[in-house]
Design a protein around this ligand. Structure first.
Ligand code: PMV
Length: 356
């Protein structure tokens, strides 16, 4: 695949307005470690979610002399703390869409989930913004089919936040070159044409909010810690192997293997952070208490519940829709006591971003 095929320039006149909704995602095989410009050191696979999403509306107009590149509202309010991240994103995508420099972007964004819930919003936010920009560009590409459009959306989203590359389609997205998936590559994520077992089409993800605070390690420095990490080579190899094994489990509906792989990946991500230099422990006592209770509950009831973790203390509980009643009962009786203010968010696997 040639990166040059993603470079586009055209003089544009007049105004254009568009609005996209993009979901958050939870990685099953975790992306941790990058090279070059936001390229992954190992391939990853994620469930796209459906209820945690960002909605972004962008109005593009010709940029006047001396005018700022963009205005940004979050929840209808000016939020200058987000400006550096947006500016960095625009700077990175300009080489792939030079004409964007001649436009002013009026960006208005909001999340469906509380901003300070400790849920990473960069994936959904960058994907929604990238899709608005590609939608603008699409007017000049009569030759683009849906796939070309979404590939470019994922390509640009990746430049904002690596995991955002996967917040484009659903139910599962693969990002990073892997022998297990043809067409997989490091530049953008793909929704593989694989018949995933139906049990995973509406899998549940209940996010237990253990800590609503800001991340203790920024993603950029976290990925950077894989450079020279004593276990990096083994970890990247393991991710390749896990991805192939996930493919089998997800197509066969092998929930037992799915559980085993999902928890191995979550703990391996944290093991990498705990053994880097400097090292970080992002799990909290309540994270561990929840993990222990999940494993005990699974042993006692044989119900197929497992956990995943992001680079933080919150716990994602993954389970089939058909077990929802018993598992929600367990969550409410046993787990909410370990959540900050008893908070959790109920989500489930979804089909990706959409134009509003
Ligand atoms: O997209 P980033 O740079 O914030 O990295 C995300 C990394 C993890 O969430 C920990 C794993 C993943 O694959 O989503």
């Amino acid at each position: 695949m040639s990166i040059n095929s993603f470079v586009f320039d055209v003089p544009v006149e007049g105004c254009y307005q568009t609005k996209w909704e993009a979901p958050s995602n939870i990685a099953l095989v975790k992306y941790w470690g990058k090279y070059g410009q936001q390229l992954p050191k190992n391939p990853s696979i994620s469930f796209s979610l459906s209820k945690c999403f960002t909605t972004t509306e962008v109005s593009f107009s010709p940029r006047e002399n001396g005018q700022e590149a963009f205005d940004f509202l979050f929840d209808q309010k000016k939020q200058p703390e987000f400006h550096p991240k947006i500016q960095q994103f625009l700077d990175r995508i300009i080489p792939y869409f030079p004409a964007l420099q001649n436009h002013h972007l009026y960006i208005s964004s909001q999340n469906s989930f509380p901003h300070s819930s400790g849920i990473a919003s960069s994936a959904s936010a960058m994907a929604a913004l990238a899709l608005c920009i590609v939608d603008f560009e699409k007017q000049f590409h009569n030759d683009w089919n849906d796939e070309a459009f979404l590939n470019k959306g994922s390509f640009l989203a990746r430049l904002g936040s690596g995991s955002a590359a996967r917040s484009i389609k659903g139910p599962l997205m693969v990002w990073g070159q892997s022998e297990a998936f043809s067409k997989s590559n490091d530049h953008y994520a793909i929704a593989p044409s694989v018949d995933w077992h139906t049990i995973f089409h509406d899998y549940q993800d209940t996010v237990l909010i253990v800590d609503k605070g800001q991340k203790k390690v920024s993603s950029t420095s976290g990925h950077g810690l894989m450079k020279g990490h004593p276990f990096a080579i083994q970890r990247f190899e393991q991710a390749h192997i896990h991805l192939g094994e996930f493919k089998t489990a997800l197509t066969k509906g092998d929930v037992e293997r799915f559980i085993d792989l999902t928890e191995a990946e979550a703990l391996c991500l944290h093991a990498m952070m705990m053994t880097s230099n400097p090292r970080f422990v992002l799990m909290q006592p309540n994270t561990l208490a929840i993990i222990q209770k999940i494993q005990d509950f699974r042993k006692q009831t044989k119900l197929p519940i497992c956990f995943s973790l992001d680079a933080g203390a919150n716990v994602h509980l993954l389970y089939p829709l058909q077990e929802r009643l018993s598992i929600m009962d367990f969550i409410q009786k046993e787990l909410t006591t370990h959540c900050q203010k008893g908070q959790y968010i109920e989500d489930q696997v979804g089909n990706g971003a959409k134009k509003i």
